[in-house]
Design a protein around this ligand. Structure first.
Ligand code: ADP
Ligand code: MG
Length: 214
């Protein structure tokens, strides 16, 4: 990838997300089976497949905003589970930041992660420590912001983002869920990774790989 992020890169990113999440479907369902209703892998696979199809169906002149809003709509329509509106809101926030452009400087790209995290937090109203995907998106967003402030290269910033995301997903193992379906388990949720946190770390890993390609 050059120093520019294009709409072709975003379309490629959604294809990569759809394929990685599809490959992780059973693992995510297994995690959700322990503390939820075992559908998280299916929800995420259907969501990202629909999002990627919606992006690929757009005309070549579509802007980032068109792509990310189409992805939001596709994801939301495909997913009945709670991850549906959370990721749809994330994409809509990213659409606002990316705007009606066809390309942007690559070093602005981490701001899309900040926007997605903000969307997920404002939609789900979960805070760090409640054993949700926010425990991944929030530290990842912080790492993205810090990388931009410190003017790190995008690949260095994204390396920090994935590290923060992985640590965030791990940290949910020692948390008691207080938001979402697993909250009713109380202490029985202890010791298990939150499925939404696990998939969020995978999503961020794919984004980092795509944006670190040279
Ligand atoms: P459902 O719980 O409706 O079956 P999924 O299985 O697709 O939905 O997703 C479950 C994940 O959603 C949880 O593991 C958690 O990470 C995330 N989640 C649930 N509620 C919230 C919330 N209010 N804010 C952020 N994330 C949440
Ligand atoms: Mg579920």
């Amino acid at each position: 990838m050059t120093n520019t992020l294009t709409t072709a890169d975003i379309a490629q990113l959604f294809r990569a997300l759809a394929s990685t999440i599809a490959a992780a479907r059973d693992e995510l369902c297994r995690l959700d089976g322990v503390i939820g209703d075992a559908d998280h892998g299916i929800a995420m696979e259907q969501g990202f497949t629909a999002a990627s199809k919606a992006v690929d169906a757009l005309p070549a002149e579509a802007t980032f905003a068109d792509q990310l809003n189409a992805a939001a709509k596709g994801f939301l329509n495909a997913v009945g589970a709670s991850s549906g509106p959370l990721y749809a809101t994330a994409f809509m926030r990213a659409a606002k930041v990316a705007g009606a452009r066809n390309e942007m400087p690559l070093d602005e790209a981490p701001s899309l992660i900040v926007a997605m995290a903000e969307g997920i937090r404002s939609r789900g109203k979960a805070e760090v420590g409640e054993k949700t995907m926010v425990d991944v998106w929030s530290p990842a967003s912080k790492a993205a912001e810090e990388g931009m402030t410190d003017k790190l290269s995008v690949s260095d910033t994204m390396a920090r983002v994935t590290e923060a995301a992985k640590a965030g997903a791990e940290s949910t193992k020692s948390m008691i869920a207080s938001k979402g379906r697993s909250a009713r388990l109380g202490e029985r949720s202890l010791g298990h990774m939150d499925p939404g946190a696990a998939s969020a770390a995978m999503v961020l890993d794919v984004i980092a790989n795509e944006w670190s390609k040279t």
